[in-house]
Every structure is written in C-alpha cells, then in structure tokens.
Design a binder for this molecule. Structure first.
Ligand code: PDD
Length: 296
C-alpha cells in the first residue's frame, strides 16, 4: 500500500517527498531560467498522451541545444513509479530539464549533465463551475520572446499576465501580439466564428499544445470546419464561442473577455460537444489495453 503524500519527486536519480527535493543555487534553471518542461495529466493512475509530451520535450531540448543523449532518465518508467509510490491517481506529472549546474556564466558549460526533475502532485482544482458556467478572460500584450514554440521554463511574462487576469477577477489572459491573438498565458485559444473553428497557426508565436491538436482532430471528425489562421484581436468579441485548452484545464469555455460578453454569455453547443468528445477520447486512451500512449 502506498502512502498518500502531498507530492513526490525524482531528482537526478533519487525519489524524495516534493518539499525535500533540492537543486543547487548554481543550477542554470535558477540562474537563467535555462531549461524546458512538460506537464502531463494522469487520469486514474494512467498518464494521458505521455508519448506526445515526451516528443515535444525532446524537440524543446534540441531547440535549446541540450543533447538528449546527456539525459539519463527513463521518463515512462519513473513516471509510472511516481504514480504508484505516491498513490495519486488524478495527477499532474511535471518534467523539468535544465542545462545543469555550473558557475554563473552565460555561455553553455561543457560536459555538465542536465538537471532532471520529475514530480507528481494532485491536479490543480478548476475555478468553481468553470465547465458549467464558463470563465472570464482579459487581453494582455504579448511581451514574450520570439520562440514561444519552445516550452521554456522562462515564464515571467506569462506570470505577469496571469496576475493581471487575477486582479481583474478573470481566469486567463489572452496574449495579443501586433494586433493578433496568439494564445493564453497557459493555454491555447479557439474561436467559433460563423460556424468555423479558428485558432492561430502553430508558429513561433505559440506553443503547439497537445490538447489543441487533439481538439482540432476531434472537431474535424465531427465535421466542423477548422482553420489555423491569424486572428485579429476584435474577432474575439465577435465570436459565437471562445474556448481555451491545456493539459491542466482540458477545455474551458470563455464567456467574457475584457468585461464583454461572448456569444450568449454561456457555454455554447460546440464547446459542449467537443468537451464530451474530449472526455470520450481520454477514456479511449487510458481505458482497456491502451496505456495512454496510443495516438488518434
Ligand atoms: N501549459 N500555451 C501555453 C503558453 C502553455 O503554457 C500551455 C500549457 C499550452 C497548452 O499546451 P498543452 O495542451 O500541451 O498542455 C499552450 C501547462 C499546462 C503549464 O504551464 O502548466
């Protein structure tokens, strides 16, 4: 029988309670935010879309010049071990890789092993009745860098945007770059406009969310027209429906942006349909013989 703990970590080869896990003050993650991460959802003790997250992690590592051969961790095995040791069934697995520990100097240190942290904790609760009644969002200038496709741990702009949202009693901040909608501070965005599901293209301006890709596939399967295109800010106020997606929140309807009501001000029928299909898809991936890593 495993003991239920607040959270559990695996760091550089060792399992520890989350609050006991430590890195050096000279870790480049601490000094420079020089690292990358992934958040993987665990449903009923089974990781969802683990394979896709590991693929993206590998791509992020490549894009910041961390040699994947230097990473000595079997993520699948450690992930499963964290699930069974912690006993947390509905969880977020968190993986963070930094360029490692070295005396502070901007250039890459040579021959240093990356720091690898894998942790597990219970899922963060959603705002009350968020799926039923929808959430509010604000728009916020996208002050991030020009490599938003990398899942970097450097999240200061996202943090500032989220705090601004909270100050406005909203849940999410939607970034606007040069008049165009990009994504949420920790989510991707979809607009239903004249019956077409619109989302910004997966270029350097956004993180290509795994939930986003699933949602597009599910929408296409339902015969909904999906288009990835540049979206002017004002389109958000004119949309029939708006929703945001991420591993942590799945799909949430946005019913107010900058204090302006979206559509009828309640979650729309397209959200409801896709939300249902998403739940079915989770069941499909984690249920039966599937171990959560079979694709669409
Ligand atoms: N964030 N865009 C940004 C900026 C994000 O931070 C996230 C997720 C997404 C959605 O990606 P996915 O569907 O693959 O989770 C899009 C995670 C959950 C986080 O930082 O906690």
């Amino acid at each position: 029988m495993s003991v239920i703990q607040e959270g559990l970590a695996w760091i550089n080869g060792e399992f520890l309670p989350l609050e006991k896990a430590r890195v050096s003050v000279e870790d480049r993650g601490f000094q420079f935010a020089d690292g990358i991460y992934e958040v993987i959802r665990v449903y009923d003790g089974k990781p969802f879309t683990f394979r896709e997250h590991l693929e993206r992690l590998k791509t992020s590592a490549f894009l910041i010049g961390i040699d994947p051969r230097m990473i000595k961790a079997d993520f699948q095995e450690i992930g499963m071990e964290l699930i069974s040791r912690s006993g947390i069934k509905d969880a977020e697995l968190y993986i963070q890789i930094t360029r490692g520990r070295a005396p502070r100097s901007h250039v890459f240190p040579k021959g240093i092993p990356p720091t690898v942290l894998i942790s597990i904790r219970s899922v963060r609760p959603l705002p009350l009745d968020a799926e039923k009644n929808g959430i509010s969002a604000i728009t916020y200038p996208d002050i991030r860098w020009a490599r938003c496709n990398i899942k970097s741990i450097s999240l200061l702009a996202n943090v500032l945007a989220k705090e601004e949202a909270r100050n406005a009693s909203a849940y999410e901040a939607i970034f606007i770059r040069e008049g165009l909608i990009t994504e949420g501070a920790s989510s991707n965005i979809f607009l239903l406009h004249q019956g077409v599901l619109l989302t910004p293209p997966a270029d350097w301006r956004i993180l290509r969310g795994i939930t986003r890709d699933i949602l597009m596939a599910l929408a296409i399967k339902e015969g909904i027209k999906v288009s990835q295109e540049e979206l002017k800010k004002d389109l958000i106020y004119e949309a029939e429906e708006v929703f945001i997606t991420s591993t942590a929140i799945e799909i949430l309807p946005v019913v107010k942006v900058d204090g302006r009501v979206i559509g009828k001000g309640t979650p729309g029928s397209t959200f409801k349909l896709l939300h249902r299909r998403f739940k079915e898809y989770v069941e499909f991936r984690i249920g039966g013989k599937n171990k959560g890593d079979e694709g669409l």
